[in-house]
Design a protein around this ligand. Structure first.
Ligand code: R5P
Length: 265
């Protein structure tokens, strides 16, 4: 692997081999998502606990201080919306020149395996990989399910992750599943990070699935709503960080969460 690629990946994946990516890209198809109306304000207290920030160029340019020192994962697919016909009908939305100009550490795009737009999204991935590899920029593929959240089971996720890695993604983001998640990770020759999904009923559910996912081989998370849509986002990100980087159990994470919430840690 060339120096530039290695350098960018090592900014994202920490020395312990783990990573906590904070995504705030939801507006690219959902508009002003709850608690993300002012993304610059949302991330202020959280950034110090994240290993990287995932977002679109519009939010990066307009809401994020260029002097910040966190690596950026730029979302470069889109062109659809929640009120449109099909979320899978995405295109690549950002040129390689813009990607370089914004000095990002990686780019990210969605693939929609099994959808009407499977071929389009997978060839979007291969073209993006070709363009980015020339400049040592890693591509993180997002295995997206659109509105069909029930697709989040091991056989399907393993298929998506493996295809994304085979086509050149350097990191794959996928959903956690409670059964056979280890098979998803084992079948994927590049690092896997877990997406959070819609906000859960309790914070503990998040600690449980992040812990289990990491035990089963994920290197960490790319997790947004279950941090910044919660009532105590700093407590949530610190507890999740402790699971990923400090080997906390869900019980220990819950206890840290309570302490931070109470202003005691
Ligand atoms: C949504 O499509 C975005 O790509 C998010 O980055 C991704 O879903 C992770 O965020 P969350 O944890 O909120 O699901």
């Amino acid at each position: 692997m060339e120096w530039g690629m290695k350098n960018r990946l090592s900014r994202l994946i920490q020395a312990d081999g783990k990573a906590l990516f904070l995504p705030i890209d939801h507006g690219y198809f959902q508009g002003p998502t709850h608690k993300l109306e002012k993304p610059g304000e949302t991330i202020k207290p959280l950034l110090q606990y994240a290993d990287a920030l995932m977002l679109t160029r519009g939010v990066l340019r307009n809401c994020v201080d260029p002097a910040m020192d966190k690596p950026v994962i730029l979302r470069v697919s889109g062109g659809t919306s929640v009120v449109g016909e099909d979320l899978a009908n995405e295109a690549i939305t950002t040129s390689i020149q813009e990607i370089i100009r914004l000095n990002v550490s990686a780019v990210s795009m969605s693939v929609f395996v099994g959808s009407k737009y499977e071929h389009q999204s997978l060839t979007n991935l291969t073209k993006l990989v070709d363009a980015c590899e020339d400049y040592g920029i890693p591509v993180m593929a997002v295995t997206a399910v659109g509105r069909e959240l029930e697709k989040r089971e091991a056989r399907y996720l393993a298929l998506c992750c493996r295809i994304a890695a085979e086509l050149g993604a350097r990191v794959v983001k996928t959903y956690y599943c409670s059964e056979n998640f280890e098979k998803v990770v084992e079948g994927c020759p590049v690092p896997v990070v877990i997406a959070g999904g819609p906000k859960t009923e309790t914070q503990r559910e998040v600690f449980d699935f992040v812990y289990d996912g990491v035990q089963k081989g994920a290197i960490g998370v790319n997790l947004g709503r279950n941090i910044w849509q919660t009532e105590h986002p700093v407590a949530a990100i610190r507890a999740i960080r402790a699971i990923i980087h400090d080997n906390y159990t869900p019980e220990e994470a819950q206890s840290l969460f309570e302490q931070v919430k109470a202003g005691k840690a």
